[in-house]
Design a protein around this ligand. Structure first.
Ligand code: SAM
Length: 233
């Protein structure tokens, strides 16, 4: 693993990618860091404790969600000053990708530039979806969750005008609304990647309204979605 010591005079912050559904999708290096760190900060301690229990790891886990990121960042700087090794994980996938983490890292870089900040890469719904969508992703635009109100129309117009694939995240209770809005903006080819790495993983592609009917036919719309708008064809 190449990392035998747990303390560093300047302190170390590891930003760790975790599974997006399948517990197997975690790297040896991530597990090693979760085991060796002094403390784990997590978006939701219950979610992270399930992961730790699955791998037989016992560690102090403290909450750091989006609302408390600035305040907890200061606490983490204090730990780094004491030479601690701190790990940060979000609920699923890569911290900072539509998840907390970026403000923490920015704060640590500024307040404690001598601290080591290690990327421990892992799963992300973004890359998992693109890897099986059949859409060329040499270039793409990732917009994450569209704004709910202000700026939504502008974002939809931008998607229409963009000539590289656009990737969005969406929740099950908003997916039908998004598909009807994409149709209203004359977007004709969409790929949906649902429940990636889980038992009911599937990829659906077609026109937005066809996909909406397909989802409705299956009954309650469940699962988490990555939406890819493929304007390249
Ligand atoms: N940080 C995460 C990552 O790296 O993918 C994303 C976190 S964001 C709060 C959650 C969104 O990611 C979900 O609403 C969904 O759009 C997408 N997502 C997460 N897990 C997924 C999965 N297993 N299948 C499909 N989409 C998923």
């Amino acid at each position: 693993m190449g990392e035998s010591d747990t303390t560093h005079a300047s302190g170390k912050l590891s930003i760790i990618g975790t599974p997006i559904g399948n517990m197997g999708d975690i790297t040896f290096r991530a597990l090693w860091n979760l085991k060796e760190c002094n403390v784990i900060y997590a978006e939701d301690t219950r979610v992270t404790l399930k992961l730790l229990n699955h791998y037989g790891l016992r560690k102090k886990v403290l909450r750091l969600d989006a609302a408390m990121e600035a305040k907890k960042a200061e606490e983490i700087v204090g730990r780094l000053e004491d030479g601690e090794h701190v790990a940060y994980v979000s609920d699923a996938g890569t911290p900072g990708i539509s998840d907390p983490g970026a403000r923490l890292v920015a704060h640590v870089r500024e307040a404690r530039p001598e601290a080591i900040i290690d990327a421990i890469p892992g799963a992300s719904a973004l890359t998992a979806a693109l890897s099986i969508a059949g859409v060329s992703a040499d270039k793409f635009l990732f917009l994450g969750f569209l704004p709910h109100k202000k700026g939504r129309h502008t974002a939809l117009a931008l998607i229409h005008d963009t000539n590289v694939p656009v990737v969005l995240y969406e929740s099950p209770h908003r997916i039908l609304k998004l598909l009807s809005e994409l149709a209203a903006h004359n977007i004709s080819r969409v790929v949906l990647a649902r429940e990636l790495t889980k038992m009911h993983e599937e990829v659906l592609s077609g026109e937005p309204l066809e996909l909406a009917s397909e989802l409705k036919e299956k009954g309650a719309v469940r699962g988490e979605f990555v939406v890819i708008i493929d304007s390249s064809r």
